[in-house]
Design a protein around this ligand. Structure first.
Ligand code: 5GP
Ligand code: ZN
Length: 116
């Protein structure tokens, strides 16, 4: 299930330390090492899935749960009412740098649109 050279598989297994803010056995969440906003956490499935293009019908429930975890973390961080952003970058033009899917949950400042 895990891929040896994958950064988030190593975080999942505990081989690489991270500041974990959630873990329910299926999904975990960590603080981003290079935050782009006052709150910046990543919601990540323990299972290795390279990109959101690799998601299939069997993953629909898990993806829904990723939004619920993102919402709960936004509320816990106190950014929910003012607003926050959930982002999944895909492949080169989407700006993906870690090829193990994750949702960015960002908040604590006002974002521009469209993104750069
Ligand atoms: P992507 O560019 O794939 O959408 O997002 C990857 C995110 O992972 C980036 O925001 C980056 O700062 C974060 N990141 C990269 N390496 C590490 C790490 O070792 N620990 C943590 N907590 N975040 C990381
Ligand atoms: Zn992985």
């Amino acid at each position: 299930m895990s891929t040896p050279d994958c950064l988030f598989c190593k975080v999942s297994s505990g081989d690489i330390p991270a500041e974990k803010v959630h873990d329910d056995g299926e999904l975990f969440a960590i603080k981003d090492i290079n935050p782009a906003a006052p709150t910046h956490v990543l919601v990540i499935p323990h299972r290795h899935i390279e990109t959101i293009l690799d998601l299939g019908p069997d993953d629909e429930k898990m993806v829904g749960k990723m939004y619920t975890v993102a919402k709960n973390l936004a509320q816990e961080a106190g950014i929910a009412d003012d607003g926050y952003r959930v982002v999944a970058n895909c492949n080169r033009d989407g700006g993906q740098s870690v090829y193990h899917i994750h949702f960015h949950v960002l908040g604590g400042r006002r974002f521009g649109w469209p993104p750069g």
